[in-house]
Design a protein around this ligand. Structure first.
Ligand SMILES: O=P(O)(O)O[C@H]1O[C@H](CO)[C@@H](O)[C@H]1O
Ligand SMILES: O=c1cc[nH]c(=O)[nH]1
Length: 236
């Protein structure tokens, strides 16, 4: 048992999917995992372990933002020995040509969070995906015919901002989408020497009028992303 996770030693698999929304964790466990058993309900941050294609796998909600995901990722790696972590999240599209419900693989994460400046006061660390997970996810997504992009994302510290100028500028420098956790996930994976990847579904577009996805869709569907993440997680 760790401070925020109520599982006993051995109850969490060494590969895990990490949605921000705990109800998405429940949906994934109930829809995709065989013999799924809930191991956590501390703060309602649901976690489950079951199997997919014969391999043990867990799914754990992480909450929103870098402070929240950092708590779960630290405890999962340090206290439960998790080695392969795949975030399955939603994001706001930034680039033209990206559409609501497209899937994005985060190769790297730019951030306005001050967390990494605390760790590296003198340099700008580049949080980066594990290449073999990225390569596998890209191959699976292409094979499934999913509209897919891989590139840099913004892990933002705020959801609501007074001005979108910074996001617009990052778009001019190739940033594909905005979300709120990946820079922390990749930095912690680097620190502990484990594998991490973020797979995102575009839930809305910051600069276009395309209708947003609904809360129900964000909780449950997004099956392309989940399928890609599960196939990537069990590949070894
Ligand atoms: O859908 P999730 O995984 O929570 O991800 C995105 O959605 C939340 C904001 O609505 C932030 O956590 C952001 O990163
Ligand atoms: O616009 C969005 C959509 C999802 N998540 C974010 O952080 N921003």
């Amino acid at each position: 048992m760790s401070i925020h996770i109520d599982a006993k030693s051995g109850e969490i698999a060494d590969r895990i999917l990490l949605p921000g929304d705990p109800l998405r964790a429940k949906y994934i466990a109930e829809t995709y995992l065989k013999d799924a058993k809930q191991y956590n309900n501390v703060r309602g941050m649901l976690g489950f372990t079951g199997s997919y294609k014969g391999k043990r796998i867990s799914v754990q909600g992480t909450g929103m933002g870098i402070p929240s995901i950092s708590i779960y990722v630290n405890e999962l790696i340090r206290d439960y020995g998790v080695k392969k972590l795949i975030r399955v999240g939603t994001c706001g599209g930034v680039q033209k040509g990206i559409h609501v419900r497209d899937v994005i693989l985060a190769m790297s994460a730019t951030t306005d969070s001050a967390v990494n400046r605390g760790i590296f006061p003198e340099i700008n660390f580049a949080p980066t995906a594990d290449f073999s997970l990225l390569h596998k996810a890209y191959t699976v997504g292409k094979k499934l015919g999913v509209p897919l992009r891989a590139g840099n994302v913004l892990s933002a510290d705020v959801f609501y901002r007074d001005s979108m100028e910074l996001v617009k500028k990052l778009g001019e420098y190739g940033v594909l989408a905005v979300e709120m956790e990946t820079s922390a996930l990749y930095t912690l994976a680097a620190k502990y020497g484990v594998q991490a990847l973020t797979v995102l579904t575009v839930s809305d577009h910051i600069f276009s009028d395309e209708p947003d996805t609904t809360a129900a869709e964000r909780q449950t569907t997004f099956n392309d992303m989940i399928h890609i993440a599960l196939e990537t997680a069990v590949d070894d």
